[in-house]
Design a protein. Structure first.
Lengths: 295, 138
């Protein structure tokens, strides 16, 4: 049975934990708003880039000589997986679910006899995957959101991926990140970066491509050669923005739960504290009364 | 001339500008081209130089872009820029200082990749300086 003093100390400690989690929740909330704005602001560029690329890809059709970034190397032997997580924890299952998805994917690929290489973004991906897949990790990036998540940061990752692709170090590249739906719901998503895949239904893409007959200057090959690496950067940037928003959303939810749990705990401890105190008073009274009766 | 064409300037991080303009001159990699309303569908890469926006038959704004892509359709021009800044906001001293620093990097970069990256940035800064000088002279 804990003494009154022990209970008092525990209540105080839980209360200060609650203050911290409540503050973290508010910080995450503010960051989430900003992250959503950033994601919103980045959309026009990505949309237009997508439209241009799709028109170009459609005009290329199945002609030979298309860049390998668009159509692939013709093999699917070596897979590169870009794993995007956060640098910090305390955000529920955010990091764990990405890492779990990565593990599943790596295992499935290995079982098919493929070779797997990993690029990690965020300290958590590196730390959680290092033990199991250490030798597969070819590059790690951390502190992407410092001072703020910028295109330049995504570009660093993209140029690494591009130089590896140019050197023929992999055939297929996939990024795994958390797609943001709301503060409560994020979905782990696999997105194939190389070879490039248009997201929309093919019929729609074909219709758009047929409608927009563009003239190109310089020719299609050159534009495409400039556009594809840029597009890779944009895709990664978009994934990172979504991921960052998801991280803040997950942290906000986790901290809200923690704050509520702390509240429940304080309630229970206070109840026990009061019971114990009353029991002690009653016992003292009984002692006094029975002492008086004995006289 | 009442006809206008929508000009959009977007960077990877946000939509910088979207407004109706009379004409816009874009520095394509194979030469400058002016876009008027009703232009044929056209796509081009953009080099590091000035975009000039015309209203009422004169240039109202000059924007420096560090390269990118342009997409033209009859009612809209979209420029996807890597970096964009109004000419008036470029500080000549800062650009010159950066050119100096980059020249050093090009000379004593750690490896091939770093030197190439510095060289690419140097080109952009040099184009920026040239643009500022031209704009202030005009």
């Amino acid at each position: 049975m804990p003494s009154l003093k022990d209970l008092r100390l525990r209540i105080r400690s839980v209360r200060s934990t609650q203050k911290i989690t409540a503050a973290m929740k508010m910080v995450a909330g503010a960051k989430l708003r900003r992250a959503q704005e950033a994601a919103e602001a980045a959309r026009p560029y990505a949309d237009r880039m997508d439209r241009m690329l799709r028109a170009l890809a459609a005009s290329f059709g199945d002609r030979p000589g298309a860049p390998t970034m668009l159509v692939g190397t013709g093999k699917a032997q070596i897979h590169l997986i870009v794993v995007a997580t956060a640098d910090r924890g305390l955000c529920g299952s955010f990091n764990a679910s990405i890492v779990r998805e990565t593990r599943n994917m790596v295992r499935a690929l290995l079982a098919e006899g493929k070779t797997v290489k990993l690029v990690t973004i965020g300290r958590k991906a590196r730390d959680l995957l290092r033990r199991q897949f250490g030798p597969m990790i070819v590059a790690s990036f951390t502190e992407m959101d410092r001072p703020r998540l910028s295109y330049a940061a995504a570009d660093r990752v993209a140029s690494q991926v591009i130089s590896m692709f140019a050197a023929g170090e992999f055939d297929v590249c996939t990024i795994i990140y958390n797609r943001f739906k709301s503060a409560l719901a994020q979905f782990v998503t696999r997105h194939q970066l190389i070879p490039f895949k248009a997201d929309a239904a093919p019929a729609e893409a074909a219709a758009q491509g047929a409608r927009a007959v563009y003239e190109y200057e310089p020719d299609e090959e050159e534009i495409l050669a400039a556009l594809l690496p840029k597009n890779l950067g944009i895709q990664i940037f978009r994934a990172l923005l979504e991921n960052y928003a998801s991280e803040q959303g997950a942290r906000m939810t986790a901290m809200e739960n923690a704050t509520r749990n702390a509240g429940d705990m304080i309630g229970k401890l206070t109840m026990r504290y009061n019971r114990t105190r009353q029991a002690q008073i009653t016992r003292e009274l009984i002692e006094i009364i029975s002492g008086a009766e004995a006289v | 001339m009442a006809d206008k064409i929508t000009f959009e300037l977007v960077s990877p991080e946000r939509l910088l500008l979207s407004e109706p303009v009379e004409m816009v001159v874009i520095p394509g990699t194979e030469g400058n081209f002016g876009v008027l309303p009703g232009h044929a569908p056209f796509a081009s890469t953009v080099r590091a130089d000035l975009i000039e926006i015309y209203q009422d038959n004169r240039v109202t704004r000059r924007i420096f872009v560090a390269g990118g892509f342009a997409e033209v359709s009859p009612d809209r021009v979209t420029v996807l820029a890597d970096e964009a800044v109004l000419v008036e906001e470029i500080e000549r001293g800062a650009v010159e200082a950066r050119i100096k620093a980059l020249e050093d990097d090009v000379r004593d970069g750690a490896d091939e990749v770093a030197r190439a990256a510095a060289q690419a940035k140097l080109f952009v800064e040099q184009a920026k300086l040239a643009a500022v000088i031209r704009a202030s002279g005009a």
